[in-house]
Design a protein around this ligand. Structure first.
Ligand code: OGA
Ligand code: NI
Length: 350
């Protein structure tokens, strides 16, 4: 008789963290790290909160806050963002329901190695690489040609229609944010829209089950995002898990109900020649609570050439990055393990 999933987990052949968590198994060695930098306990400040409705009303003070956030933090919370809070709850519900399905059901949508779509652990390339305490389910969304329809789950029944609606709303939000970001850089408001062509949008749902030894594992390895913009929705009522690196310290980002976390990705750092920053971040786990995050990546179409814009290069700000094809950067990103800002070395001029 074929061994059951639980037996396989106990025998250490399956590294599905939800199964490990449920079965209260010993943490396999592959998850255990020996030198996790602690987070900062004496944090006075958190990421800025930007009010999109005030930006839309032309409020200068808010525009200054946006530009400060992008220069100094690379992260901010956005409120009054126009995405319906009911939709935020609905996407959270279908994502949670998906992760709660039996392993056999989720394994119908496996992440194929070398890609980052489907259910499983992304960015794993070798047997000796440490694993993250996280289950991921990732799907390409826009343009339609990046979709792999076979990976869209049949259960829960309202998953696809909810994701479709969510994707459209988050896409609109990214477009609006990029306009205000362009204005804050004294560029034409539609400069990124024109440059990016048909933008590529993808979602990654991260589920972090409780972990018996949060001090020994990471939920998600430190990395910067390969996108232009990332929109991160943290589950309402979930514990803190996301941390960002600021001045050498890991700072926890406490969820604000109905706000969304925005961070700039590598594309914006390169385009602005480092004026706006793509900041390293990671996720940690919790002893008793699980945590869900829904992360949308918004990026240019693969075909375009990226490099520092001339507006940001002068004698005082020498060019830090070479020009490259964005599709090649994406390929490089998804075939490299997550390791801080290492992937951006691809474009760095030394
Ligand atoms: C990501 C990410 C953080 C989190 O998926 O790129 O940074 O809190 N996630 O899940
Ligand atoms: Ni990230």
């Amino acid at each position: 008789m074929a061994p059951t999933t639980a037996e396989a987990v106990r025998a250490g052949r399956i590294d599905d963290v939800q199964e490990l968590s449920k079965n209260k198994s010993q943490i396999p060695n592959r998850f255990i790290r020996n030198n996790i930098e602690e987070s900062s306990l004496d944090v006075q400040s958190s990421i800025p909160v930007v009010d999109l409705s005030r930006l839309a009303a032309g409020c200068g003070e808010e525009a200054v806050k946006l530009s400060m956030s992008c220069r100094e933090w690379g992260f901010f919370h956005v409120i009054n963002h126009g995405v319906d809070s009911d939709l935020l709850r609905r996407i959270e519900k279908v994502a949670t329901e998906f992760f709660m399905l039996p392993l056999e059901e989720k394994r119908k949508y496996p992440m194929i190695p070398g890609t980052i779509q489907g259910y499983g652990q992304a960015f794993v390339f070798s047997e000796d690489q440490k694993l993250d305490w996280c289950n991921m389910f990732a799907l390409g969304l826009e343009p339609k040609c990046v979709r792999n329809n076979q990976l869209w789950p049949a259960k829960p029944y309202d998953f696809s229609e909810t994701l479709e609606e969510y994707s459209e709303e988050i896409g609109k939000l990214c477009n609006r944010l990029l306009r205000y970001i362009a204005i804050s850089l004294k560029l034409k408001s539609d400069v990124f829209e024109k440059m990016f062509g048909l933008p590529v949008q993808a979602i990654r749902m991260n589920y972090y089950p409780p972990c018996p030894r949060p001090d020994l594992v990471l939920g998600l390895s430190p990395h910067s995002d390969g996108s232009a913009l990332t929109v991160l929705q943290q589950g309402i009522g979930n514990p803190v898990g996301l941390q960002i690196l600021k001045q050498g310290k890991w700072i926890p980002i406490k969820p604000i109900p109905n706000a969304l976390v925005i961070n700039l990705g590598d594309t914006i750092e390169v385009l602005t020649n480092g004026k706006y920053i793509s900041v390293e971040h990671r996720a940690v786990t919790n002893l008793e609570s699980d945590r869900l995050s829904l992360v949308t990546f918004y990026a240019p179409c693969y075909g375009i050439e990226i490099g520092p814009m001339k507006e940001f290069v002068d004698d005082e700000n020498p060019c830090k990055y070479r020009n490259y094809n964005h599709g090649e950067y994406c390929k490089h990103y998804v075939t490299s393990k997550l390791q801080g800002k290492k992937t951006l070395e691809f474009a760095k001029i030394h």
